[in-house]
Design a protein around this ligand. Structure first.
Ligand code: IPM
Ligand code: MG
Length: 368
């Protein structure tokens, strides 16, 4: 049997720096755990624009469709701010999500004990936090039509459309319920049914799916604004949060900061399960390209490495090795290793991106 394939799209800014550490981790699992992957690298975002004049070349799109999993670093940067909207780096990422039909975006927010004092919230509010945001990723106001900037009565109007079909809500709701069954068995669905028809439909469909097939899971509903408030008031009340594309974008940044640093948060974007028994899948850190620190060896590679751990778990059914990697990272953090983003109240000397990679590989060696 041939090895599973990974397409690596390191992208822009700190993307290539953090991805270099992920490649070392991938090689480690090949050498030491017999989990060999065929890895191919390609361009996305500004890097692809610089070479091809488009943030995602059709050949790269085809490779992503064929790969067993895609690992993405980050896209965007100030050099691309003035580009036409249609070729902005972010369009490359959105095209991947849309054409791969990655409707279920899993964003875990877990507070590592060693970092509980780094959160902007008090330790007892975040210590032990383990929530999962399931964000719908292929529809809603990111993609709804009509959209654009139009002339109307002598002035311009900017239009985006919040639009969800029953089928779109149904499938992402199912993925949230399935996930909840493997965790704390609770789903809180967030929308704005008090002001938006799309929210009313969202609530109806989620309720119907629950009643039909997942009545064993505890379901609650919350308006998304209240959800944002509850996330900073008492985040441990949640297990799985199910929400749409735009609310999920905002709520997941908020949840990320509960854990101490955006440099810690991985994500998985999953589509339907294909003939090979695997879902179409893209794994990426929640953080962006961080142009302010890019090229300086300061970036924290953990979010990107944890994204590979999610790939092991969700694409390759290697839950045990995913846990091995997560545990190695936890050990490194409790041993005091810190990149600059993790400089807490106690201060200290930050280590570099590569040194963090070294420490994680050493902890992996120790796990054998
Ligand atoms: C995210 C990012 C993206 C989004 C950007 C880079 C297009 O903020 O993945 O959360 O808005 O979805
Ligand atoms: Mg975002």
């Amino acid at each position: 049997m041939s090895n599973p394939t990974l397409l690596i799209l390191a992208g822009d800014g700190i993307g290539p720096e953090v991805m270099a550490q992920v490649e070392r981790v991938i090689a480690w699992f090949g050498d030491k755990r017999g989990l060999a992957f065929d890895v191919e690298n390609d361009l996305v975002g500004g890097a692809a624009y610089d070479k091809h004049g488009t943030p995602l070349h059709d050949d790269t799109m085809a490779k992503a469709m064929a790969a067993d999993a895609v690992l993405l670093g980050a896209v965007g940067g100030p050099a691309y701010d003035d580009l036409d909207f249609s070729v902005k780096p972010e369009r490359g990422l959105l095209r991947l999500r849309k054409e791969m039909d990655l409707f279920s975006n899993l964003r875990p927010a877990q507070c590592f004990d060693a970092l509980a004092d780094f959160s902007s919230l008090k330790r007892d509010i975040v210590a032990g936090l383990d929530i999962m945001i399931v964000r719908e990723l292929t529809s809603g106001s990111y993609f709804g039509e009509p959209r654009g900037i139009f002339e109307e009565d002598g002035q311009r109007v900017g239009i985006n459309t919040q639009r969800y079909t029953e089928a779109e809500i149904d499938r992402v709701a199912r993925s949230a319920f399935e996930l909840a069954r493997r965790r704390g068995n609770k789903v809180c669905s967030m929308e704005k049914a008090n002001v938006m028809e799309s929210g009313i439909l969202w609530r109806e469909v989620v309720t119907a799916v629950h009643k039909a097939d997942y009545a064993d899971v505890e379901l609650s509903h919350m308006y998304a604004d209240n959800g944002a408030m509850q996330l900073v008031r008492a985040p441990k009340q949640f297990d799985v949060i199910l929400t749409d594309n735009l609310f999920g974008d905002i709520l997941s940044d908020c949840a990320a900061m509960l854990t101490g640093s955006l440099g810690m948060l991985p994500s998985a974007s999953l589509g339907a399960v294909g003939e090979n028994g695997r879902p179409k899948a893209l794994y990426e850190p929640v953080h962006g390209s961080a142009p302010d620190i890019s090229g300086q060896g300061k970036a924290n590679p953990i979010a990107c490495i944890l994204s590979f751990a999610m790939a092991l778990r969700y694409s390759f059914d290697q839950g045990e090795d995913a846990t091995r990697l997560e545990t190695a990272i936890e050990k490194v953090l409790s041993g005091g290793a810190r990149t600059g983003d993790l400089m807490g109240p106690e201060g200290g000397k930050p280590i570099s991106t590569t040194e963090m990679g070294d420490a994680i590989l050493a902890a992996l060696d120790a796990s054998l």
